[in-house]
Structures are given as structure tokens and as C-alpha cells.
Design a protein around this ligand. Structure first.
Ligand SMILES: Cc1cc2nc3c(=O)[nH]c(=O)nc-3n(C[C@H](O)[C@H](O)[C@H](O)COP(=O)(O)OP(=O)(O)OC[C@H]3O[C@@H](n4cnc5c(N)ncnc54)[C@H](O)[C@@H]3O)c2cc1C
Ligand code: FES
Ligand code: FES
Length: 1313
């Protein structure tokens, strides 16, 4: 195997080893990252190149290293991110552009992104935008919101980086957004965050060549079967078909490993690649070993060459191949593996089955054919492969005249998501009269495998293709395809509805073609129906960004400029070091947790004997080992005699290696006895009065009296689901005892090093000065790396100390999602008293949050929710109360926005309902209730809402709200099955960290004698660019270039007693501390500088040293004066407010529940931005994360409290397909001078809430559908507004047709918590 320019000959590797751990641990190539281990995130993308000696061609393709068995790579070249460029040699143009276009934040996803694009450019040096977004479809990023990554990649496209639409001859570059002029102020407006002129050109001739020695090897080496033996598995790699058949004869039970995307970890016989053949009579024969990507290319080529009539099945397959998985998986997965896996959600099998495909099989006994039909899919022995047989190829017949095939699917996310339901449908008519001769309908997702509506199809033969037939077909199929209420995967009614909705779509599609082919015989498709036909597809992206620079500012002053994240290049080259990238320490151990499988149970016994006897196991820690130190503040560490949630930490296995620790963890035997009550949902907690502490309450004005005076009163509630942080770097820690004087170093991916230090010192019963916590950078956190991280670090430290050896603990994605909680699910109840004109005069609000099994930061979240629930509105009489519900779920914790995204949504839902009751547009009701210029909040803090009102107005103008509202209404009048919605939401985000104490910050600045400067502060670099901003601050203060200043890590050793990084204020607070330190230094050096004003920093530093002047200074900021008195319900809890507004437009497919965000406009007031590129990145990234929260991110729990959604295959965060087709972000011209850092504002969290503009836009579209269908019942929607909820809210004849199960008559698969 070759990587970069290095040849690797590996003689001693276990066949089950995957490429990812091999690269990271054996070769120490840590640029390739672990994000999920299941092919779903793309963080581990590498490029694989294979030379085919027969065709003399080299195939380069992206692959996920986590699913690539090392043995499958014999004779291939593997290119990792290190291989394409580095800061030590030359960086690759992709690496340069992704960094300089601000496409990296935490940088953890960046190497994978770089490699996906690299593989694309190796095949298409000037790709189209579609090819680009397709190539990145399998790569997740949790930070950026993808827009800057798309912008970086667009620079490789031949076409310009504009919208590429040129509708009516006009495009985005020809005019401002909507033709609306930009702000005209004394501040210069800037639209560019980077300059393309400085980019290195892409020169394909400079790329690494395929290693000639591998080519010679492929040409010359005798073709013989290779066998790789291991302790547990043997890997056989035949090189001929005969060899493969023989191997299968010898080992009939061994799986054939092709892409390994389905087999997973178990290795067996390696399959071989085989090609495609067109037979002019029968159809297309595709080799089983072709990758899905190759199948896609072949089909795309064939449909170009053959008449449409013959290619119906090919076209349908092609449609699905565009959305199956991501590019990496499509390049790895084989057609044969896909067919043979017979997954219930296979996208291709329903189409291959309706297309009457046959499978060509081979064994030592010879070849034979079997049909790919329902029997094969059900694995009926009579029509299945025998153990010795292999699938060689698949025949896909041509379609015939009057034969039509269609493909349908609906998933939680449009791309790279398994279908909830999919379908293949085929009809053959006898002639142009449209009498059904053959009908075949297969569904995926509604049974244990792909299933067939055989009897229904049979009954419909001989019927004409008309509405009556459709009606009968729906009833027959619903009767035949029965899905029990408790079916795995849940969403049962949605699935039933999709079954008939797809049928309706097929009916219309075919009717339209019949009409086109034979206009005389078939009725015209009703105008109303046409909109059912087109699928919503992700479209080309374009964006505009507007920020302001002060033209009078000195050029060398970096404040206010879009400076690239200073680690950007290192992120892109893979040189940036994260916790698990640190090399192994001598004799290092690995720790893994054993967690509870029960939500509420007594631990009857724990049997460790078998686990302890396994090779490599060093120790297993239980609560007994931690006696006296098993809890800290409100949190306990390892379970003692009771478990309180699934995922509760019970013991920790310590072993010589990760594999040994994981193996042993599975052998720990715990006997439980379930305890009552089991409380999972908020409703159950309310019923059992299971709360942490008593209610929190704020009251303003006189609510009860006002209710007596208002025109109307409305009561309602909204439920909001939780959210998984899904930071790309899972929880990671490495604890190293120094071996002397009880000193211990903790390297950990945390937001709160001081807390780690405190808790480790506590568990080890030693002073904090012996424990040092170090954080270089964190691969995303969003609030999820505080309390639980410290607990796990403490247990890891305990193990390290006990054994005097370094211990590493890295959670797998599934473990991470199971153990750590996320954003709190909320239930909001409201009673609003309002006037006919929409003024809300009294509001009584109740917030219940699902806190989980321990308190963590939940009470604080509730308090923040109550303080921030007013969002942009003045409610003159307001009572709001909140409770943190104690349940048997993993403890929920801080998450970007900290209670505001939930509280704000509840308020906006209430306002939307008031507007509906008044018959007014919600935007009008929002505006009428908005804070006035000089006003007071419900906790009596004064507020000037000038910027809020300005953001609202600017957003109205920039989005052309009124013109587009009219256009939306026109669209809705013309389209029955597609609806558009448009919503604008304001934002007033109060910023503070809660108290003066928590606002303290400190910094340390050293000047060395060569004039270089080292800056350290208490903030953690989580991707939000705080270190970059801090160097900008030091640069401005010391008037020295940024290149002269360095920031190495955050550590309790250099800056002690710091606060957690979070709450949007890290740059504000630490920046003021750095400013303080720099000013102290300047003051000290002033006499020296004034003596030699033209000297260099080296001159001044040396002179200071010679004069015994200290060149090191501490900076300190004591925190903003904030306070709140909960008894009185008043105070000044916030330092300032970030204001903004967002307008989003969506289109909804009423038949499937799919939605597409067409356009979002965001206007924000960020004060004087320290770094507009970083701030825009924060706003967009947060917005997309918010969009995920409110629309697709859905956690599912079993009725026993087990989290089902434990990886990217089940839990969908936004991917590149979710980026709005148009995105416009602009900043208000800076206006206020404040006592914050250079009058800037922290914007890390606020933008998240604006994602709810998409939620309400979808709601708007759904309301339009309901109105047209004459449904007058109030619409109760909950968050996230998933395809399921959208579809079921767009009630129609199909939703009425489906069978409904009586509540209580079945045990549902999942429970909403
Ligand atoms: C992240 C991710 C996303 C995905 N998304 C989708 C999606 O959106 N839609 C979708 O439909 N699928 C999706 N899949 C599933 C994917 O399509 C299948 O996993 C894949 O096609 C299996 O192919 P493979 O070559 O990797 O099979 P392998 O894992 O190598 O093998 C699978 C099985 O097939 C058998 N087999 C393979 N070849 C032969 C042969 N020639 N003869 C006999 N037996 C054989 C093996 O013995 C094994 O039992 C996804 C998978 C992943 C990992
Ligand atoms: S780690 Fe391989 S795809 Fe996520
Ligand atoms: S930058 Fe993409 S995950 Fe952080």
C-alpha cells in the first residue's frame, strides 16, 4: 500500500483491521479523523487509487477509511490528507482555499472535506457545482453551515462563483440582492471575505502519480490467490473468478467482502471487480462487483445513448443512485453487496425487482439464473443463492413500449440518509388505450425487507388507468401491506401514508406520459395535480455577505478584518493536533466504560471475573474503588447500587489496548432489578412531581387582572425535542501521571479546564497545583464538553494514578451519544390575553424541561429560558414559571443558546397562534408587540431596541418581504400539492455569563528577547476562532504584526482559575484581559520605546531586559456588572443584546413531507465586529445548527428509555443538501459605542434561534395546504418539524384513507420525551 510517497509493506496485520486505526495508530498519520466509524460522517475520507492492468486505467475514488479493511488494499495507492500537501513542503490549492475561504472552524471535518474534493478534482479538474455538492454529500460539518466550504470549492469551477442562474438574463453579480441598494453609511461595505487572486492555481500535472512500482506489480506479478491469516479471521483474496468460486466452495459460510459497507467488521473472502455489458436484445448486464458509483456512471451513459422507451428501469435506478449514501460509500459499495444485503431500506432492490431483473450465479457446479423477486428478497431457499454460490452479475432488461417505471423515496434528510419508505413501481399497458397488462409495486421500509404488493397488482390487471383504479389500488395495497402500530422504526402512520402517496405520484406520472403519447385517449392532467410531479431537489447555492470596514483604520490594524482562522491551514493539512492525535505514551492504557442497559434499576450484582480474566485487562473500576470520592457537587461518577438512566456509567475497564478494553467491557455481567417509577417524558415527570428543586418564576405587571380586560384569551402548548451536540470530535482524554511528586497532566477535549482540574484534584485527594489540564483545541463542543467530560476525565485520572501509567479514553460515536445528554427537550404551555389588533397584553407561560437523571446545568438553563423568553417582545403583563424535570434519561446539559432556542420557540409559537386567531399576518403581530426604542424588560432591565427595529426593517427590505409574500400566495394558489411558506422572525439575544464572578477572565502575555510574543488566556479554541481574535487584539494593542504573536494552548498552568468557554462571551472577556496585559506591557516599555521610536520589538525587548524591566504581564478582567435577584424578579442580568432578524422561504411537498429551504436572509447587529469572517461563520453555522434542531434532528427513545439514535445513520444533522439555495447575511452598520471589547458583540450562540424562521416558514406552507383543503382545526405542531409531521399535517384523502391504530392498543416503538 502506498500513501503519499511512502510505500508500506505490512506483513503482520490482523485481517479485521480497518484502514482508519491502521493509519492513525500504526502509521501515525493522524490527519484522517474518526467521527463515527460507520461511513456516515466522512471525517475519515481518503483517496484510493487502483490500477487495472487489463484496461490500463487508474481509478481514483474517495473512501471512508473506517470501513476499508486493510487487506482489501493490496496493490492500491492510498492518499491521505498528509500526502497531498503540508506546511513543511507545499500546501495543496484545496487546503489553501478551504482555509482562506473560512471553510474551517474547529477543523475536525476539514481533512475529510479536503480529501473528498481532492478525489473529485483528480477525476474532474473543473467540476460543476452539482459535482461539487455531490462529492461533499457524504461529509458532515457541525460548525460552518457549509456555505464557506461551498464557496471555497466553487473557486475550482469553470463558471464564476455567482448564483449561476441568469434567469431573465440577470444574475446575482449584476445587482445587489433583489436590486435593493446596500446600506449607505460612512462605513465601507464589503462583500468579499477572501481574495481569489492570491490563490495557488490548481495544476493537475503537479499531483502525485500512481506509484509505478504498483503498476509494474499489477502487470507482472503472477495472479495468485492471497491469504492473510489472523488469530480470529482469515482473509482470502482470489484474483480470478474461478479462484473466488473455489474459495466460496471451500468456505461456504464466509461472507464475500466487497465494499464492506454492510458486512462491517467481519472479514472473509474478498470479491473482485467485474464489468458491464450491454446486450442489444436483453438489456444491460452489470457485474455484481461494480461499485454503485460505477453503476451510476454506466447508467448515465446508457440513458444518453438509448431511446427513453428502453431505459425506464435505468432512469429510475439513476434517480436513486444520486441520493444513495454519500460519494465515498457509493464508490465503495458494490451492486452485488447491495443486492445481497437485502436491507429493508435498500433503494435499488425495489427497482431491480419491479424491473424483472435476473441474477447470474456461479458455483463450482456451474452457472444458473434466478429472478430478483419477492422470494429472493425474502430469502426463500427455493429462490436464493446456495452457500457455495456467488452472484456474478445482474441482468436489467430494457423496458418495452407502453412500459413505465418510477422510483420514490422519502428520508429524514434529502441526501445521505436511508429512506423511511421507498418504492419501485412498474406498469405495462397492452397498448395505447392504457389497460393494465402488468403491474408491479415494491416497497422498502415497511417490512423486514423489501416487500411486494403482489396480490393487489394482480387484481388490478385489466383495469384502465384512471382515478377509480387508483382508488381501488390504494385500498388494496393498504390492506396487503400491513404495518403494525408497534413496527420498528416508528412513524407508522406516516409510512402508511407514503405507501399511497407514492402510488398517487406514480399514477399521475404515468397519466401524464400516456396523455403525451396518446392525447386523444387520455384525460388532461388536472392543473391542480401537476404540482405533485416534480421532486424537490437541492439546487445551486449562492450567497452574499455584507459587513463593514472602517476606511480610516490603519492597514496594519487587524481588528475588523476578515482574518482567516489561524489554524485554518493546519486543519486543512491534517497537521492540527486534537487530543487523540497525541502519540501514545510509553505503557499507555485504554479505558472504556460499561454503562447501564436499564433506565431505572437496582444493581443486584456485578460479575467482573470473566472480563478480568481476558488478555490485556489491567483493572476494572467500580463505585467501590471510588468510595468517598464518587461524587462532586451535584454529580456522581460511577453508579453505586442504583442506575438512573440507560448509559449511566457503571464501571470502567482498563486494558493494554482499546480492542482488549472493549472486548472485556462486553463480558462484564450486571444483574439488574427494574425499579418503579420509570419516568422518561416531561408529562410523566409532571404527573409524578419529579422536579429538581422548586419552580423558578418571574412576574411583571398584573397578569390576572389584564386577562379580565382583553378581547380574547388563547391557551396552547408546544413540545420541543432535544438535540445531540454531535461535535465531530467525540469525548477524548489522555491522562499522564508524571511519576514525581504526585504531578499529573490531563489532556482533554473540554470547554472548562479549571473544572477538570478541580474534579481530578478532588478524586485524587491532592491539591490543584499538582493537576494541570491542557487543551490545544477542541473539535467542536457547543456546550457538550463541560460536566460529563470532567466526570469521565476524573475516572480516567483515577485509573492513571492507580496504575501509575498513562490512560487514554476516547468515546466511540455511539457511546458518546448514549452517555452524554444534549439539549433539553421542552414543553411550553401558554395562556395569552390579546386585543383584536394583535397586541398581547397578558401572557402566562410555563416551561418544563426534561433535565434527565442528574441536575447538571439544568436549573440554570431553566432560569435563562425564563429571562430570555420575551425574545423581541414587550409583554406588559407577564408571568413565566419553569421547572427542571428529573427523568430517567441521560442528563441533559448546556447547548449553544442555553435555553433560549426552546423558550424563544414557545413564545414565537404563541405569537403565531395569536396572529391566526386575529386573522393577521404573524409578521404584523410580531411588529406590533416588539420592544420600543426605550423600554424595559420583564426583569426590569432597560433596553434600547433601536437596533432590533432596524434589523427587522432591513430584513424586510433586503428580503423583499412583501413582494415575495405576494409571490408565495400566487404560487400556492397555482399549486395544490406543493406549498411555499415565508416567515420572518426577530431576535433579541441577551448576552452575559450569569454573574460578575463567572465573567472574570485572565491572560498572560510574554515578550521574548527576539521581540516575539506569546499570548495565553483562559478561553478554549472550539472552532469559534477565539485564539485568532485574541491575536488580533494583541496585535492591535502592541501594534505589531499578527505573525509575530503566537498562542500555543490553554492550560491551568499558565492562566489559573478561569471560567468555562461558552455563552458567546469568551472573546469579549478574554480579549479585555489580553488588552489589559498588553497595556501594562506598553506602559512599562513606554520610556524605552519613546527613546527609540523607530526601533524594532527586538531592540525594545533587549533594552527592557538590560534595564531589568519585566517583559511578562498578566491581564485581568473582573467581569461585567450583572446581577439578578430571583426573589424580586429583577436585575441587570445581561451586559448587552445581540439583535437580528431572519426571513426564510421554503417549499413543501405535501405528499411526502419533504421540504426545501429556498432562501434565507439574515440581518444582524454585531456591533463593531472584531473579525467579520469569523462572526459570519458563527452566525451561519449556528443558523444551520438551529435549522437542524427545528426541522430534522430527531432523537428517538424506546419505551424503556434506550436511545435508538446513536450515530449519523439514525440521527441526521444538516448536510450540504440542507443549505438554503440562497443565503444572504448582512451586518447592520456598527452604531453603538459600548464598554465591550472595541464595542464588539459576541455572536456565538444567537444565530441558532434564527433557524426557527424555517420552522415557521414550513408551518406557513402547511397552513396554506390546510386552508385550501378546508381544514379549520387549529394546527398543533411540535419541533422538530420533520417530514413525518409535515406530511401528516397536510391532511388529504390519503391521510384519511390509512388505517389508524387506537392509542393504547399497541406498544409504540418510541416515546416522545
Ligand atoms: C453510511 C451508509 C449510508 C448508506 N446509505 C444508503 C442509502 O441511502 N440507500 C441504500 O439503499 N443503501 C445505503 N447504504 C447501504 C449500502 O448501499 C450497502 O451497504 C451496500 O450497497 C453494500 O455493498 P457492499 O459492497 O459494501 O457489500 P458488503 O458489505 O461487502 O457485502 C454485503 C453482503 O453481500 C454479500 N455479497 C457481496 N457480494 C456478493 C457476491 N458477489 N455474491 C454473493 N454474495 C455477495 C456479502 O457476503 C455480504 O453478506 C448505506 C450504507 C452506509 C454505510
Ligand atoms: S469515521 Fe469514517 S465515515 Fe465517520
Ligand atoms: S469545522 Fe467542520 S466540524 Fe468543525
Amino acid at each position: 500500500m502506498g500513501q503519499g510517497d511512502k510505500m508500506v509493506i505490512e506483513k503482520n496485520v490482523a485481517p479485521e483491521t480497518m484502514l482508519l486505526p491502521y493509519l492513525r495508530k500504526n502509521l501515525r498519520l493522524t490527519g484522517t479523523k474518526y467521527g463515527c466509524g460507520g461511513g456516515g460522517c466522512g471525517a475519515c475520507t481518503v483517496m484510493i487509487s487502483r490500477y487495472n492492468p487489463s484496461t490500463k486505467q487508474i481509478r481514483h475514488y474517495p473512501a471512508t477509511a473506517c470501513l476499508t479493511p486493510i487487506c482489501s488494499l493490496y496493490g492500491t495507492a492510498v492518499t491521505t490528507v498528509e500526502g497531498i500537501g503540508s506546511t513543511k513542503t507545499r500546501i495543496h490549492p484545496i487546503q489553501e482555499r478551504i482555509a482562506k475561504c473560512h471553510g474551517t472552524q474547529c477543523g475536525f471535518c476539514t481533512p475529510g472535506m479536503v480529501m473528498s474534493i481532492y478525489a473529485l478534482l483528480r477525476n474532474h479538474p473543473e467540476p460543476t457545482l452539482d459535482q461539487l455538492t455531490d462529492a461533499l454529500g457524504g461529509n458532515l460539518c457541525r460548525c460552518t453551515g457549509y456555505r464557506p466550504i461551498i464557496d471555497a470549492c466553487k473557486t475550482f469551477c469553470k463558471t464564476s462563483s455567482c448564483c449561476q442562474s441568469r434567469e431573465n438574463g440577470v444574475c446575482c453579480l449584476d445587482q445587489g440582492v433583489n436590486g435593493v441598494p446596500e446600506f449607505e453609511e460612512q462605513h465601507k461595505i464589503s462583500l468579499e471575505l477572501f481574495s481569489e487572486k492570491e490563490f495557488l492555481p490548481l495544476d493537475p500535472t503537479q499531483e502525485l502519480i500512481f506509484p509505478p512500482e504498483l503498476m509494474i506489480m499489477a502487470e507482472k506479478q503472477p495472479q495468485k490467490t492471497r491469504v492473510f491469516g489472523g488469530d480470529r479471521v482469515t482473509w482470502i483474496s482470489p484474483v480470478t473468478l474461478t479462484g473466488l468460486v473455489e474459495a466460496k466452495f471451500k468456505y461456504p459460510q464466509a461472507p464475500i467482502v466487497m465494499g464492506n459497507t454492510s458486512v462491517g467488521m467481519y472479514a472473509g473472502i474478498k470479491g473482485m471487480r467485474h464489468h458491464a455489458r450491454l446486450n442489444f436484445i436483453l438489456g444491460l448486464t452489470l457485474g455484481a462487483s461494480l461499485s454503485l458509483a460505477q453503476v451510476k456512471d454506466i447508467l448515465a451513459d446508457v440513458v444518453q445513448k438509448l431511446p427513453e422507451e428502453k431505459t425506464q428501469t435505468f432512469r429510475a435506478l439513476l434517480k436513486h443512485l444520486r441520493t444513495v449514501a454519500g460519494s465515498q460509500i457509493r464508490n465503495m459499495a458494490s451492486l452485488g453487496g447491495h443486492i445481497m444485503s437485502r436491507h429493508l431500506d435498500s433503494d435499488l432492490n425495489p427497482l431491480l425487482a419491479v424491473g424483472n431483473c435476473t441474477l447470474n450465479l456461479l458455483s463450482k457446479e456451474g452457472g444458473r439464473q434466478i429472478p430478483l423477486n419477492d422470494q429472493f428478497l425474502r430469502k426463500c431457499p427455493a429462490n436464493d443463492l446456495k452457500p457455495q454460490e456467488i452472484l456474478v452479475s445482474v441482468n436489467i432488461p430494457y423496458s418495452r413500449k407502453w412500459e413505465f417505471v418510477s422510483a420514490f423515496r422519502q428520508a429524514q434528510r434529502q441526501q445521505n440518509a436511508l429512506a423511511i419508505v421507498n418504492s419501485g413501481m412498474r406498469v405495462l399497458f397492452g397498448d395505447e388505450n392504457g389497460i393494465i397488462k402488468e403491474l408491479s409495486v415494491f416497497y422498502g421500509g415497511v417490512g423486514p425487507t423489501t416487500i411486494c404488493a403482489k396480490n393487489s397488482c394482480q387484481e388490478l390487471i385489466g383495469r384502465p388507468w384512471n382515478e377509480e383504479m387508483l382508488d381501488t389500488a390504494c385500498r388494496l395495497i393498504l390492506d396487503e401491506i400491513r404495518l403494525p402500530g408497534s413496527a420498528p422504526g416508528g412513524k407508522v402512520e406516516f409510512k402508511r401514508t407514503l405507501v399511497v402517496s407514492f402510488l398517487f405520484k406514480f399514477y399521475l406520472e404515468v397519466l401524464q406520459i400516456l396523455k403525451r403519447m396518446n392525447p386523444g385517449h387520455h384525460p388532461r392532467l388536472a392543473d391542480k395535480s401537476k404540482s405533485a410531479l416534480e421532486d424537490l431537489r437541492p439546487r445551486h447555492h449562492w450567497s452574499t455577505l455584507t459587513y463593514h470596514v472602517n476606511p480610516k483604520q490603519l492597514l496594519q490594524d487587524p481588528i475588523g478584518r476578515p482574518i482567516m482562522h489561524l489554524s485554518g491551514i493546519n486543519h486543512a493539512t491534517g497537521e492540527a493536533i486534537y487530543c487523540d492525535d497525541m502519540p501514545a505514551v510509553d505503557q499507555e492504557l485504554f479505558l472504556t466504560f460499561v454503562t447501564s442497559s436499564r433506565a431505572h434499576a437496582k444493581i443486584v450484582s456485578i460479575d467482573l471475573s470473566e472480563a478480568l480474566s481476558l488478555p490485556g485487562v489491567v483493572d476494572i473500576l467500580t463505585a467501590d474503588h471510588l468510595q468517598g470520592v464518587n461524587s462532586f457537587a451535584t454529580e456522581s461518577f460511577l453508579a453505586t447500587d442504583e442506575v438512573l438512566c440507560v448509559g449511566h456509567l457503571v464501571c470502567a475497564v482498563v486494558a493494554e489496548s482499546e480492542i482488549q478494553a472493549k472486548r472485556a467491557a462486553k463480558r462484564v455481567k450486571i444483574v439488574y432489578k427494574d425499579l418503579e417509577p420509570l419516568i422518561l417524558t416531561i408529562e410523566e415527570a409532571i404527573q409524578h412531581k419529579s422536579f429538581f428543586e422548586s419552580e423558578r418564576k418571574l412576574e411583571y405587571g398584573n397578569v390576572d387582572e389584564t386577562f379580565k380586560m382583553v378581547d380574547q384569551i388563547l391557551e396552547g402548548e408546544i413540545h420541543m425535542g432535544g438535540q445531540e451536540h454531535f461535535y465531530m470530535e467525540t469525548q477524548s482524554m489522555l491522562v499522564i501521571p508524571k511519576g514525581e511528586a504526585q504531578e499529573i497532566d490531563v489532556y482533554v477535549s473540554t470547554q472548562f479546564p479549571k473544572h477538570v482540574q478541580d474534579i481530578v484534584a478532588f478524586i485524587l485527594k491532592r491539591p490543584a497545583n499538582k493537576v494541570m489540564c491542557h487543551v490545544k483545541r477542541v473539535g467542536g463542543a457547543f456546550g457538550g464538553k463541560v460536566v460529563k467530560t470532567s466526570i469521565m476525565a476524573a475516572i480516567t485520572a483515577f485509573a492513571a494514578n492507580k496504575h501509575g501509567r498513562a490512560v487514554r479514553c476516547i468515546l466511540e460515536r455511539g457511546e458518546d451519544m448514549l452517555i452524554t445528554g444534549g439539549r433539553h427537550p421542552y414543553l411550553g404551555k401558554y395562556k395569552a390575553g390579546f386585543m383584536k389588533d394583535g397586541r398581547i397584553l397578558a401572557l402566562d407561560m410555563e416551561h418544563y424541561c426534561n433535565a434527565g437523571s442528574s441536575q447538571d446545568e439544568s436549573l440554570w438553563v431553566v432560569e435563562m429560558g425564563l429571562l430570555k423568553m420575551d425574545n423581541a417582545y414587550k409583554f406588559p403583563n407577564l408571568r413565566c414559571r419553569g421547572w427542571a424535570c428529573r427523568t430517567n434519561l441521560p442528563s441533559n446539559t448546556a447547548f449553544r443558546g442555553f435555553g433560549f432556542p426552546q423558550a424563544g420557540l414557545i413564545t414565537e409559537a404563541c405569537i403565531t397562534e395569536v396572529a391566526a386567531k386575529c386573522g393577521l399576518p404573524p409578521e404584523q403581530v410580531r411588529a406590533i408587540n416588539m420592544y420600543k426604542e426605550v423600554d424595559e424588560t420583564h426583569y426590569k432591565q432597560e433596553i434600547n431596541a433601536k437596533n432590533l427595529i432596524q434589523c427587522w426593517r432591513e430584513c424586510m427590505t433586503k428580503s423583499s418581504y412583501f413582494a415575495r409574500r405576494a409571490a408565495v400566495e400566487r404560487f400556492n394558489a397555482e399549486n395544490y400539492w406543493k406549498k411555499r411558506g415565508l416567515t420572518m422572525v426577530p431576535l433579541k439575544y441577551p448576552v452575559s455569563v450569569g454573574s460578575v464572578v463567572l465573567g472574570q477572565a485572565a491572560a498572560l502575555v510574554h515578550i521574548y528577547l527576539d521581540g516575539s510574543v506569546l499570548v495565553t488566556h483562559g478561553g478554549i479554541e472550539l472552532g469559534q476562532g477565539v485564539h485568532t481574535k485574541m491575536i488580533q487584539v494583541a496585535s492591535r494593542e502592541l501594534k505589531m504584526p499578527m505573525s509575530n504573536i503566537c498562542l500555543r494552548e490553554t492550560s491551568t498552568e499558565t492562566v489559573p482559575n478561569t471560567n468555562a468557554t461558552g455563552g458567546s462571551m469568551t472573546a469579549d472577556l478574554n480579549g479585555l484581559a489580553i488588552k489589559d496585559a498588553c497595556q501594562t506591557l506598553l506602559k512599562r516599555l513606554e520610556p524605552i520605546i519613546s527613546k527609540n521610536p523607530h526601533g524594532t520589538w527586538k531592540d525594545w525587548a533587549e533594552a527592557a531586559f538590560d534595564n531589568s524591566i519585566s517583559l511578562s504581564a498578566i491581564g485581568y478582567f473582573r467581569g461585567f456588572e450583572t446581577n439578578i435577584d430571583w426573589e424580586k424578579g429583577e436585575g441587570h442580568p445581561f451586559e448587552y443584546f445581540v439583535c437580528g432578524a431572519a426571513c426564510s422561504e421554503v417549499e413543501v411537498d405535501c405528499l411526502t413531507g419533504n421540504h426545501k429551504n429556498i432562501r434565507t436572509d439574515i440581518v444582524m447587529d454585531v456591533g463593531y465586529s472584531i473579525n467579520p469572517a469569523i462572526d459570519i461563520g458563527q452566525i451561519e453555522g449556528a443558523f444551520i445548527q438551529g435549522m437542524g434542531l427545528y426541522t430534522i434532528e430527531e432523537l428517538s427513545y424506546s419505551p424503556q428509555g434506550v436511545l435508538y439514535t446513536r450515530g449519523p445513520s439514525q440521527y441526521k444533522i444538516p448536510a450540504i443538501c440542507d443549505v438554503p439555495t440562497e443565503l444572504h447575511v448582512s451586518f447592520l452598520p456598527p452604531s453603538e459605542n459600548s464598554n465591550t471589547l472595541y464595542s464588539s458583540k459576541g455572536v456565538g450562540e444567537s444565530g441558532l434561534f434564527l433557524g426557527c424562521s424555517v420552522f415557521f416558514a414550513i408551518r406557513d406552507a402547511v397552513c396554506a395546504a390546510r386552508q385550501e383543503r378546508g381544514i379549520s382545526e387549529p394546527l398543533m405542531l411540535s419541533s422538530p418539524l420533520t417530514p413525518e409531521k409535515i406530511r401528516m399535517a397536510c391532511e388529504d384523502k390519503f391521510t384519511k384513507m390509512i388505517p389508524r391504530d387506537k392509542p393504547g392498543s399497541y406498544i409504540p416503538w418510541n416515546v416522545p420525551v
